[in-house]
Design a protein around this ligand. Structure first.
Ligand SMILES: NC(=O)c1ccc[n+]([C@@H]2O[C@H](COP(=O)([O-])OP(=O)(O)OC[C@H]3O[C@@H](n4cnc5c(N)ncnc54)[C@H](O)[C@@H]3O)[C@@H](O)[C@H]2O)c1
Length: 250
């Protein structure tokens, strides 16, 4: 079954981790995938592997904090593909520090990537989605955009901001048939959580509150992204898909 056949999907932070599996799964299900990342070597590899396994993907270097790069990438994709149906705002940075030790520079850096990046992306794809008569924007927030945790003040603030950017955008853009939803992953086995999961004490702490008792593989989140990208989710906008092994259930 090709659940997103014929759609053009742009994924940020697509070079590794969940961005890579979102790209792979969307391609497996029939989308033309625009893989973007600041990591050009790994991003190009992801696109090459998708093409080698029968899918369609193109890599573009894109720093999500840079509006001019957004404009250039979107113009190029519209030039070659004619449209963008799906935007997955996935690129993100994790800084783990208590609020009093977080520097102003770290605060600005993480907000630029995790919150301003999706804002710039939304604005960049908007004219094309309006022209096409609709689209789906998927913002990758976190369980840390829903509940508190120690030593994550800046990160949680960005993910909470993204949760509500999603709802505001959903309200503003419904008139153009553009749906905007957020995904809230729990503990996922990627480079981002490598140190956290390698340290026995922090592993026990974080998995102790995950009622399924294990981290997820990235693809387990990609299925939620696939659903939101597809027309199967046509009545969903402004909503939160929590994919957390039950972390927020207790
Ligand atoms: N791993 C988890 O447990 C977890 C849980 C909840 C939410 N998330 C969120 O999911 C998303 C993906 O996380 P992941 O674990 O796959 O991360 P990751 O660290 O494995 O990959 C992040 C990707 O984003 C790219 N990136 C970083 N800054 C960028 C920028 N300025 N412009 C473009 N690309 C940039 C990196 O190069 C990398 O390829 C992030 O938004 C993260 O906050 C992760």
């Amino acid at each position: 079954m090709n659940r997103v056949e014929g759609k053009v999907a742009l994924v940020t932070g697509g070079a590794m981790g969940m961005g890579m599996t979102h790209s792979q799964l969307l391609a497996e299900e029939g989308a033309k995938v625009i893989v973007t990342d600041v990591n050009e070597v790994e991003g190009q590899k992801v696109a090459d592997e998708i093409n080698a396994s029968g899918g369609t993907a193109t890599f573009y270097p894109l720093d999500v904090t840079d509006e001019s790069q957004w404009q250039a990438v979107v113009a190029s994709v519209i030039g070659s593909e004619g449209k963008i149906d799906v935007l997955v705002n996935n690129a993100g940075l994790l800084i783990l520090k208590p609020v009093d030790e977080t520097t102003n520079e770290e605060w600005d850096l993480i907000f630029n990537i995790n919150a301003k990046g999706p804002f710039l992306g939304t604005k960049a794809v908007l004219p094309a989605m309006q022209k096409a008569g609709g689209g789906s924007i998927i913002n990758i927030s976190s369980i840390y955009g829903l509940v508190g945790a120690p030593q994550a003040a800046a990160y949680q603030s960005t993910k909470g901001a993204l949760r509500l950017l999603t709802k505001s955008s959903a309200v503003d853009l419904a008139q153009y048939n553009i749906r905007v939803n957020s995904v809230h992953p729990g503990v996922i086995d990627t480079a981002m959580t490598k140190d956290l999961l390698a340290d026995e004490e922090s592993r026990q702490a974080i998995l102790g509150t995950t009622i399924l008792g294990r981290p997820a593989q990235p693809k387990e989140v990609s299925y939620a992204v696939l659903f939101l990208a597809s027309d199967e989710s046509s009545f969903m906008t402004g909503s939160e898909m929590v994919v957390d092994g039950g972390y927020t259930a207790m």
